[in-house]
Design a protein around this ligand. Sequence first.
Ligand SMILES: [Zn+2]
Ligand SMILES: [Zn+2]
Length: 352
Amino acid sequence: MQMRCFCVTRHGQPLELMHEEIPQPRGTEVLVRVKAAGLCHSDLHLWEGYYDLGGGKKLSLADRGIKLPLTPSHEICGEVVAAGPDAGPVQTGMVAVVHPWIGCGQCAACLRGEENICVKPQSLGVMRAGGFADYVIVPHPRYLVDLGGLDPVKAAPLACAGVTTYSAIRKFGGRIHETPVVVIGAGGLGLMAIEVLKALGGKGAIVVDVDAGKREAALKEGALAAIDARAPDAATQIAQAVGGGARAVLDLVGATSTVTLALDSSARGGHVVIVGLMGGDITLALPIIPMRPLRIEGSYVGTLPELRELVALMRDGKVRPAPVTSRPLTEVNAALLALQEGKVVGRQVLIP
Ligand SMILES: [Zn+2]
Ligand SMILES: [Zn+2]
């Protein structure tokens, strides 16, 4: 029996439709029939083959140990159809979202439960075959989070957009109850951030984006204010909207201009969490960090317990799914181009 998968065979070239044998689960593995697979901005980096480090420098994916051909998509929902002999009791027919941020299971980070920052990551759709296929192998059933009747198309983005946003917002701790969070970037993650802040009982979000359509979508989603990042006085507008400088800034873009804006609009004692991987660099006078003082923190995807918490919030109706556009898997290349051109509001989810 064969299955289809869409693979990166050469960076920057269209994904190639390949036909492969349906993999048989071995050991603790589980075979999942894909019902929905989200397209993430980091799939664009995988496809292009590098991250922009600024100053003309690039981090190539080959240097990160990523080999081609590769089936992307780490936002996978599907139905359990088979399990290996050592998988333990596995409920076939269960529809689950797959935690893709899988580690080696042995390093210090994995032992702390932070598989997402493992030194030898095995992430689905990055190091191992992902969801742009009819089937995917998951190394262990514990990575499956039961959807309990949630729509797989709407739930797929939880695996990356959702858990990334959730994990980043959790890093602000109690601040979210004291002050609105400034959210830079109103794409899929930005809209999710607004939802998560509501679900956690936060003061809300002040959204910043260059795109008027995306600002409008954020206001519809419940943002307290939406500010044009290109306005010459954007930092002042942000500081005023928060009331005396931002205490919590979530940068979902991660570009030179956005991190600069995040720092410029921060109050003394401000906390900036950077999630986006757009790339670039900044020059920062070091005395500013202790004297302001500033807290600058990175956040990379999220943990399995965080994904479970987020799915529970959605199952309880506390987090509404962010807007998604579903399209057939055969349109994956058009979907990639639309994302590259910045024409997407919400998330694109591909259906095999
Ligand atoms: Zn992602
Ligand atoms: Zn590890």
